[in-house]
Design a protein around this ligand. Structure first.
Ligand code: ADP
Ligand code: MG
Length: 254
């Protein structure tokens, strides 16, 4: 056990190449336990790659990654729930069965898994759709099923890759408010990749800005906002000032 045991996630000098493409280059990043880090940056800068590396689906070419102290791929994978940018729902399974997959994979009996998930369908705007197949749903609904599945995996680390990217703005606002409340009542260690500056500020304790590829962290902004509803927070002076700073950091990067 080392000094980093209180770290949720630690990346030191992490580099990942795909052939000639250097996707991330010497990435250093620490997310303390129970903190939420938003990551924004231009398309193709290595955000999704960073999440795959953290959760152990890929290994770095150089550098070291630990997740709650675990350095090996299977150990990292066991500690992370990853919500991919593209939903990976099983087309032959119903909404309810898809949402239950992570629980069933952990050995929770099907009926118990369904009892846990069913009451949540309403909060995700999926009530009445539990028996529908993914191809009967809108893109936004599929994304919500995918998110529900990620959340009920009960892993301490949540890696969210543009979780609300497919949602229209009204549904997205509701989903953000819901996630704010959910995370406040059950703290987890979160890395949230998003292209939406407001979303990053609303849902994070700190926002990291990534440069163009090869991706490195060029700025970190602590987020300290008044409590209140999403609308109140977005209209508050501290939020407006932070959004301005974040957009300034991003300028030139997009
Ligand atoms: P972001 O999520 O920030 O848009 P990605 O992490 O998806 O960026 O990609 C970073 C770079 O690495 C891009 O140039 C992308 O084309 C490349 N890349 C990502 N995954 C692979 C892969 N499996 N094989 C080859 N190149 C990849
Ligand atoms: Mg991506």
């Amino acid at each position: 056990m080392g000094a980093d045991d209180d770290d949720g996630i630690r990346l030191v000098g992490v580099t990942r190449r795909y052939g000639d493409v250097v996707a991330v280059d010497g990435l250093d990043l620490v997310v303390p336990r129970h903190r939420r880090l938003g990551v924004v940056g231009p398309s193709g800068c290595g955000k999704s790659t960073a999440l795959s590396l953290i959760c152990g689906l890929e290994e770095p070419d150089e550098g070291r990654i630990t997740v709650l102290g675990a350095a090996d791929g299977p150990g990292r994978l066991a500690r992370c729930a990853w919500m991919p940018q593209r939903d990976l729902l099983l087309p032959w399974r119903s909404v309810l069965a898809n949402a239950c997959i992570s629980l069933e994979n952990r050995g929770v009996p099907r009926r118990a898994a369904q009892a846990r998930v069913r009451p949540l369908l309403d909060r995700f705007g999926l009530a009445g759709f539990e028996d529908a197949r993914p191809d009967e749903l809108s893109g936004g609904m599929r994304q919500r099923v995918s998110f529900l599945r990620t959340l009920v995996a009960d892993k301490e680390i949540l890696l969210l890759d543009e979780p609300f990217g497919a949602l229209d703005s009204i549904t997205r606002a509701g989903a953000q408010q819901w996630l704010r409340e959910t995370l406040a009542s059950e703290p987890r260690t979160v890395v949230l990749v998003t292209h939406d500056v407001d979303e990053a500020l609303l849902l994070s304790d700190e926002v990291a800005v990534m440069s163009r590829r090869p991706g490195r962290i060029t700025a970190r902004l602590p987020v300290d906002l008044p409590t209140g509803s999403r609308r109140e927070v977005i209209a508050s002076a501290p939020f407006v000032a932070l959004r301005d700073r974040l957009l300034a950091e991003l300028e030139g990067g997009w």
